[in-house]
Design a protein around this ligand. Sequence first.
Ligand code: XMP
Length: 321
Amino acid sequence: QWTTSSILDEQVTRIREQIGDGKAICGLSGGVDSAVAAALVQRAIGDRLTCVFVDHGLLRSGERAQVERDYVAATGIRLVTVDARERFLGALAGVTDPEEKRKIIGREFIRVFEQAERDLKAEGDYKFLVQGTLYPDVVESGGGAGTANIKSHHNVGGLPDDLQFELVEPLRALFKDEVRRVGTELGLPETIVQRQPFPGPGLGIRIIGEVTQDRLDTLRQADAIAREELTLAGLDRQIWQCPVVLLADVRSVGVQGDGRTYGHPIVLRPVSSEDAMTADWTRLPYEVLERISTRITNEVAEVNRVVLDVTSKPPGTIEWE
Ligand code: XMP
């Protein structure tokens, strides 16, 4: 029987064996998985770990500040922030295919980590790259026995072929609930451990169509409103996550103020799940849906319609891309 502390002890031992007296870089996304992976590696190798937070411009509102402030306060971890917004946006220009987006984002993450490694060279060799890859990420990227590639998770199928780092993936055999328990055992605060999942490719895979700065701004505003209202309604622990998606290439006619509009729809995708391998759409209270819809259409320019995704997984995946 696996207990949380036996998982933790075994992983710490394995990490020490793998890294020896070497140094490691860990990409922090602000999410649970990388936060727990980093804390585990910190437990194993102490300050020979440096975390890198990549601001790729595909983040939600407030995310960068949360990592820079809360995570560092909780762990005392050494954090380097890289502003890579132009780099990612440039690489994604003109791209609409979901798998292509995922591969570009996966590749650009690695390129930023390689640059960070060069910048840290004076301190020694950072040969290892820590990732918070979970078991479901491996399975859905086609890495599990007998599984098809459903989508290339940015940290698995999205990695470039010429990867220079040796990967350290202490959560590769675990599901999210186990990761959360390990995080709690490591002393991470609730605000980090209970965070809803958010994919590494961020808002880049929640804009259906080309990713542009204007579209990101639109989606970020709509997402912030939905999250705020769900939190106010006390629903955060009830839903697994609620992707907010911008259908950037779809327009519909609306009437706002005293005129005709021709704007974009926002999709709300609230789901309930145990491990993200399957999911059901969450029956949110109508009053909450109404508040979100009214606020988004009033407050976000370019959006004149809010629609609700009522599809389970399968047949739909949780994210739209
Ligand atoms: P899907 O859309 O495959 O999502 O049903 C399952 C879970 O995984 C998250 N997700 C990702 N997380 N990198 C990540 O770190 C990715 O590339 C990625 N793609 C999907 C998604 O938010 C959901 O929780």
